[in-house]
Design a protein. Structure first.
Length: 80
């Protein structure tokens, strides 16, 4: 299993991070806001734990979506 994490940067708007969490990780606004604040305050936040192929797909989807909207938001996976 692999952890999918969002990494903090100084440019991606907080609302965009909330949108990503809701869109790709099926979170409600309250959950997404909590994770976004964790990313903002601690430098990274856990989006979920998935099998390797699902985690890789989510990372790719988030990174592509962020780039398409000109944001440097980073999404990574690491072994759990």
């Amino acid at each position: 299993m692999y952890r999918v994490l969002l990494l903090n940067d100084d440019f991606t708007p907080m609302e965009f991070v909330i949108l990503v969490l809701m869109k790709f990780f099926s979170m409600d606004r309250e959950q997404a806001t909590r994770i976004m604040l964790k990313v903002h305050n601690e430098g990274r936040g856990l989006c979920g734990i998935y099998p390797k192929d699902v985690a890789a797909t989510k990372v790719e989807q988030v990174c592509t979506f962020a780039r398409d909207h000109q944001h440097p938001l980073a999404c990574v996976m690491e072994e759990n």
